[in-house]
Structure formats: structure tokens, C-alpha cells
Design a protein around this ligand. Structure first.
Ligand code: PMP
Length: 300
């Protein structure tokens, strides 16, 4: 599988930089047994000027804090301190274009009750720079997103990702690139690890909050739309409505902006390169590398 670390890699574990090959965690941890942990997925980029910049670092670490609170996990770290640690971690591992993965986890506890402490590991590994050219063939999943009455779905909790793994594996077993999951009301929710937008007659739409993890990339897309004068609305919509879209894309920290070729073999008719979605993709690419972006005129 992926090569996330080697003999030289260091991670940050409970206050100290430690070699990944010797770092240990407790096999009696409540997190390991029950999927009870919270985490983040963050990216850093080599910017246009050559510096290393963590994209939306404060937003990610604030969400980590909120996720821990949502799950009743003690949380003792400040966003500021974690950002500083993460820059140091990148430097120690000589990383610029990286994926950063903090995980807050529980101590040894086989019961279901609350703990009086949490632990934190921050890992980072190399991520290839933005490509995002290939369009995805997507399948509507037979798995629903978790019921918001059963889980704190706005928390980025490890246990939720069993649902993501099942959906993604099902899609790949059926010859597709990725899954699209519906919510408990059969409206479109999100991909296993990304949000969705569609484009119809010069306007963008994305599922309203309620049954999704409202992503930081999704918020960035909403910001970019407002800057670029692209009309956008949040609403609930069905797969049938999505299939009548001109174009569609997934967005997330790892996926960035990635276009969809088809849903259940129904092709999106717009030429990707001429779509508003592509303009958003370009703007996002510029935004993460802090390159000045002058959108082409007459966008809409
Ligand atoms: N939905 C799910 C289920 C995710 O795992 C992610 C990735 N964190 C997203 C949406 C996108 O969130 P973000 O843009 O904050 O990475």
C-alpha cells in the first residue's frame, strides 16, 4: 500500500518528535477497539514563491478541537501551538507538498465511559502536487451516509470512515472510480471523503448542511464563487436532479477539485475545460499555492 514513512520519518507524539519506526500506541486504547478517535486531513503546499504553506491550518485545527468536543474527548492543545508544531514537523521531514494527519485518541479503556485524558499524534507524508485532470466515473452507493441522529456527523471521527471504506470499496469492485452516498432521505449527500457540487445553467449547487461533513474545501469553493461572481446555492437535491446537471465535481482537502465524468454511466454533457467548475478548479489551484489569480472575464 502507500509508503507513508521510512526509517528517517519523524512524527509528533504527545509532546515530542519521535521516529515513526519506534513510536508506540496502546493496543488497549478505546480508539483502536471502537473507532473512537477524531482526526484531520490537512495539506501543505510549496507556494508560488517557494515557501511551505499549510492551507487553512487554523480552520483544520479548530475543526479537530470541535470534533473532540463533539465526542466528549478532553482536548488540551491550542490551534496556534499545533500549527507551529506542524510547520516544525514538515521541516524535520523535509516536506513541502504534504498531507498532514493529526489524530486525537483515547487511552486504554474497554468500557464506553468518558476518559480524563486524550493523546495526540501528528503525522505527515509527501503528497504529489495538484493534478486533478482526470474526470471520475462515479457510482451511486448502496450505502447511505450515517444517520445524523446516530452520530455526530459534523465531527471528523474515525469510526464514521467504516462507512466511507465500504462505499468506496463497493464502487471500485464495480469498476467505478468513486462512490456517491445519499442521505437518510435519499438526497445526495457526499462522497466517502469529499463534498459535491453540480453546475446547471451557469449556477452551482451543493447539498445543504445537515447530513454531510461540511468541508473546509466546500467553504473555500463557496468563497471563490462569491469572489468570482458565480451564483451558488445550498439545497437538498436528488440523484435524478444531479444526473441532469451540466457538470459536477467533488471537493476535499485530499481530492482538491476533481471533476466527474459520469454518474451511474450517465455522462455530464458540458466540456470540462469550458465549464464553470473548471474555473473553480483553477482558482482553487491558485489559491493553495498563493499564486495571484486573475479569472478570465465574462465568467457567467
Ligand atoms: N466529507 C467527508 C466525509 C470527508 O471525509 C471530507 C474530507 N475531510 C470532506 C467531506 C471534505 O472536507 P475538507 O474539505 O475539509 O477536507
Amino acid at each position: 500500500m502507500g509508503s507513508y514513512y521510512n526509517d528517517h520519518t519523524v512524527l509528533w507524539l504527545n509532546g515530542a518528535f519521535t521516529k515513526a519506526t519506534v513510536a508506540k500506541m496502546d493496543f488497549y486504547s478505546q480508539s483502536f477497539h471502537y473507532g473512537y478517535a477524531v482526526f484531520e486531513g490537512i495539506r501543505s503546499y510549496k507556494t508560488h514563491s517557494g515557501e511551505t504553506k499549510i492551507f487553512k491550518a487554523a480552520e483544520h485545527y479548530d475543526r479537530l478541537h470541535q470534533s473532540a468536543l463533539a465526542l466528549n474527548m478532553p482536548y488540551t492543545w491550542s490551534t496556534e501551538k499545533l500549527i507551529a508544531i506542524t510547520y516544525e514537523l514538515l521541516q524535520k521531514n523535509k516536506l513541502q507538498d504534504a498531507y498532514i494527519r493529526p489524530v486525537v485518541y483515547a487511552p486504554a479503556n474497554m468500557k464506553f465511559d468518558q476518559n480524563d485524558e486524550s493523546f495526540l499524534v501528528v503525522e505527515a507524508w509527501k503528497m504529489e502536487p495538484f493534478l486533478g485532470e482526470k474526470l471520475l466515473r462515479v457510482m451511486t452507493s448502496s450505502f447511505q451516509r450515517p444517520n445524523p441522529k446516530g452520530f455526530k456527523i459534523t465531527a471528523k471521527a474515525t469510526g464514521h470512515y467504516v462507512n466511507s471504506i465500504l462505499a468506496s470499496q463497493e464502487a471500485k469492485a464495480n469498476g467505478y472510480d468513486e462512490a456517491l452516498l445519499l442521505d437518510i432521505n435519499d438526497n445526495v449527500a457526499e462522497a466517502p471523503g469529499a463534498n459535491i457540487f453540480f453546475e446547471k445553467e451557469g449556477k452551482l449547487f451543493t447539498p445543504a448542511p445537515g447530513n454531510i461533513l461540511p468541508g473546509i474545501t466546500r467553504a473555500t469553493v463557496l468563497e471563490l464563487c462569491s469572489k468570482m461572481g458565480i451564483p451558488v446555492a445550498e439545497k437538498f437535491f436528488s440523484v435524478e436532479e444531479l444526473k441532469k446537471a451540466d457538470a459536477a465535481f467533488f471537493c476535499g482537502t485530499a481530492a482538491e477539485i476533481v471533476g466527474m465524468e459520469s454518474l451511474d454511466n450517465t455522462k455530464f454533457p458540458a466540456s470540462w475545460n469550458k465549464s464553470l467548475s473548471k474555473k473553480i478548479q483553477d482558482a482553487y489551484k491558485h489559491s493553495v499555492t498563493e499564486k495571484e489569480f486573475k479569472p478570465a472575464l465574462a465568467l457567467v
